[in-house]
Design a protein around this ligand. Sequence first.
Ligand code: ATP
Ligand code: FE2
Length: 331
Amino acid sequence: MICLGIEGTAHSIGVGLIKDVNKTCRVLINLIKTYKPEKGGIHPREAANHHAAYIADLIRDSIQKAKVDFNDIDLIAFSQGPGLGPCLRTAATAARALSLTLEKPLIGVNHCVAHLEIGRGTVKGCLDPVLLYVSGANTQVIAFAEGKYRVFGETLDVGIGNCLDKFGRAVGLEFPCGPKIEELAKNSTHYLSLPYSIKGMDIAFSGLLTAAENYAQKGKRLEDICYSMQETTFAMLTEVTERAMAHTEKQEVLLGGGVASNKRLQKMVQIMATDRGAKFFVPSRDLCVDNGAMIAWLGFLTYQSGQRMSIDESIINQRFRTDMMEVHWRG
Ligand code: ATP
Ligand code: FE2
């Protein structure tokens, strides 16, 4: 079966084509276009206009580059939520139009669950992980338990990527700021004290963000602040992930989301996993960030497990929680 997936929850619009081969996911093509605001944060409607401008070309390009025909597509999947309303609507509209034109079934999926399933589908040995999903808007620790994907811990305010981007913007770094902060942090080992904020299994970043901005205003070395932000936030994320692993008794940890490319975060989580005798996985960068292939793969799993969706049911859901998705493809 070949499935085309459209991702459009936030600032990226992606189209991916996947084929299932012996229950694993073969990615035929995975194209992404990212909206970059000239200044400031993402404006949802401007991001949606960007997606509307590129989606048709992305679909055409993906078909051509994957060397398949429109008739070869068996299923159309799209990101139904969570995300920004105008962006979700643009992706969903394109998916509906394609489904009706090609007369192929349509299926909407949960974006966060897709980040986990693409790991299981493409990374060898990754069978039942705890996912540390760290992106711009999202920060969640997710695992499969009692028939559903459940959130074991999450941010109470901003996502880790947004926290890094907000700090970066305040000190004049170019967006996206995460990679620049990673580079700057490499030039320091001088730790400045920052709030370490874990509440139960949840995390808060806003106090730390304010404290980091205060250090910058007081003229502390930028490298030292970046280093301290990484050490503190990543330790918080690693702690919550480890506790979720202990609670669920899972022996695998998977990273997902744009921040998963950060080498220091990878190292910290890997050390924790090794100490527990657990396995550590991180998919390639193009499968970690928001992408159409992960939507296509989850669409395939959902459809193959017997679920169907009418056009009427394909309405987007900005607050589509991870545990709202029916999971019939896992035992
Ligand atoms: P979502 O809609 O799932 O929240 P997103 O649209 O914010 O995702 P992603 O592409 O998953 O997008 O992640 C982007 C974020 O990742 C940005 O906040 C960026 O600063 C951060 N990021 C990217 N590379 C790194 C890195 N090496 N270190 C830290 N942060 C990074
Ligand atoms: Fe994402």
